[in-house]
Ligand binder design. Structure first.
Ligand SMILES: C[S@@+](CC[C@H](N)C(=O)[O-])C[C@H]1O[C@@H](n2cnc3c(N)ncnc32)[C@H](O)[C@@H]1O
Length: 273
């Protein structure tokens, strides 16, 4: 599986559980090739994957909606945005900057423009920026993004991306966030903690990626300890949760026995100080 295919998979997951994800536009990205992959992932990795990805979307939807309503607007900068559709669920007082690799950005812009013209999507102020995080230093990324920011405050989102990055690139991104944000701005991040590496389901995930890597699209399988998020320069941790906890709140009927049985991602909400 190529990394960009994961964006289609995650978006299709959100469309399976619109009541949980609150993403009523995700289904626009559904396609037969992705639909054909998903039953195999449920079987070989975990049947809970669609619900878990919908839960993390719900968490960020709630937090960003509250942030932008309270501030009567602002900018969402979505790093590794994939086919996220948050901006269409917020009012048009929110600007969005979408960052991803060039193939995703070109494809997304084309489709979104087309669906907006057709009336399938509401009109939103969206700027697209093609950046490969591994190929640019922090100053260069900041230089290209700063002129695109028209409204403050800023909510930065890094969702479903850290797993694919190495330590150096991760450090670069946190430098970028620090340079772009002002005190009071928020940063939402999702990661696997190293504890997850001991679970059978995580081993199944790695095996799945290894056995389906027909393109040699290499990535890092990164996990990050919780301590990292307590020590980020100029940020304070204001909320920590995980998908297991979120399932109790937003999907109480699914009843997961123990968090070790699922690919439990941890979510951190940080505030710039
Ligand atoms: C699993 S998808 C998640 C997409 C979206 N954030 C979501 O949660 O639906 C991972 C995304 O990270 C992007 N990505 C991975 N490595 C990247 C890099 N080095 N530079 C830019 N984007 C990257 C991929 O292209 C892909 O869109």
């Amino acid at each position: 599986m190529q990394i960009h295919e994961t964006a289609f998979v995650v978006s299709t997951y959100r469309s399976h559980h619109e009541d949980i994800s609150k993403d009523i536009y995700a289904k626009l990205w559904n396609n037969p090739a992705t639909d054909a992959i998903i039953p195999d992932i449920f079987k070989r990795v975990s049947k809970y994957e669609a619900i878990l990805h919908s839960l993390r979307n719900r968490f960020f939807y709630e937090r960003m909606n509250t942030f932008f309503k309270k501030n009567e607007g602002g900018t969402l900068i979505n790093f590794g945005a994939g086919f996220s559709m948050y901006q269409f669920s917020f009012g048009n007082y929110v600007n969005t900057i979408e960052i991803d690799k060039k193939d995703i950005i070109d494809y997304k812009k084309d489709k979104v423009d087309h669906w907006t013209k057709e009336g399938k999507l509401p009109t939103r102020d969206i700027t697209y920026s093609a950046i490969d995080f591994t190929k640019n230093n922090a100053n260069k990324i900041v230089e290209s993004l700063k002129p695109l920011i028209q409204k403050e405050p800023i909510f930065i989102l890094l969702e479903g991306v850290l797993f694919f990055l190495d330590k150096k690139t991760t450090k670069t991104l946190f430098e970028v966030f620090k340079m772009l944000q002002k005190p009071g701005d928020l940063l939402g991040v999702v990661t696997y903690l190293p504890e997850v590496e001991n679970t059978t389901v995580y081993k199944r995930l790695l095996h799945y990626f290894d056995s389906n890597n027909d393109t040699h699209d290499s990535f890092c399988h990164q996990t990050i300890p919780e301590a990292y998020f307590h020590e980020i320069d100029k940020y304070q941790l204001i909320e920590k949760t995980d998908e297991f906890e979120l399932s109790k709140k937003y999907a109480p009927t699914i009843k997961i026995g123990h968090k070790n049985q699922i690919l439990n991602e941890t979510i951190f909400l940080l505030e710039k100080i």
